[in-house]
Design a protein around this ligand. Sequence first.
Ligand code: DC
Length: 218
Amino acid sequence: MGHFAIAIDGPAGAGKSTIAKLVAKKLNIIYVDTGAMYRAVALYCIENSIDYNSKEEVEKVLDNIDIKITHKDNNQRIILNNKDVTDLIRSTEVSKGSSAVATIYAVRIKMVEIQRNIAKNNSVVMDGRDIGTYVLPNAKIKVFLTASVDERAKRRHKELIEKGIKCDFEQIKKDIEERDKNDSTREFAPLKKADDAVEIDTTKLNIEEVVEKIIELL
Ligand code: DC
């Protein structure tokens, strides 16, 4: 009873997860990273030699994919078929695959059900692409985070380097542009600002400023 949701959407690298995590911590509610779920589906496909670009192939194995979200010390863990895959889903191959499987209607329906269930039982800060427009249309606060492509590529690059993943800046930028295009042009629940979302361009803002803005909105 009395649960509320904050929806944070936007393109890859706009700062959603960093911001959402901090807002959740401040409010002492849970943070849900929905991108991790699509990433886990992509990881399953890669590990089982399923072509993630093939709707038919992915649909065929969808029933074999069990995804659970747990929380440990304010950090989300993503469990794929009883295995914690949180640290395995950040590769560029998984990024590409996640954007591909996310275009498949049956995949989205399955993920959205899990997401809505979590929000039904908890107050949440949830980030993704379609949270304000489709998953949680009644969210109390909706934020659409953006930043220039260059800035977003810089952030992703830094993030991957810090995780010890080898990567090339220009390639990351190209991948981000491709993913943006793919995510915003898909037919069902594309990346889009909700009419009642507040847009925040984070290109020239620091993390604390964005967090403050969102708390103020509340
Ligand atoms: O936020 P992320 O980069 O981890 O998301 C990975 C991919 O998953 C993204 O390219 C599109 C898809 N996605 C989605 O379609 N809807 C969401 N709510 C979250 C992610």
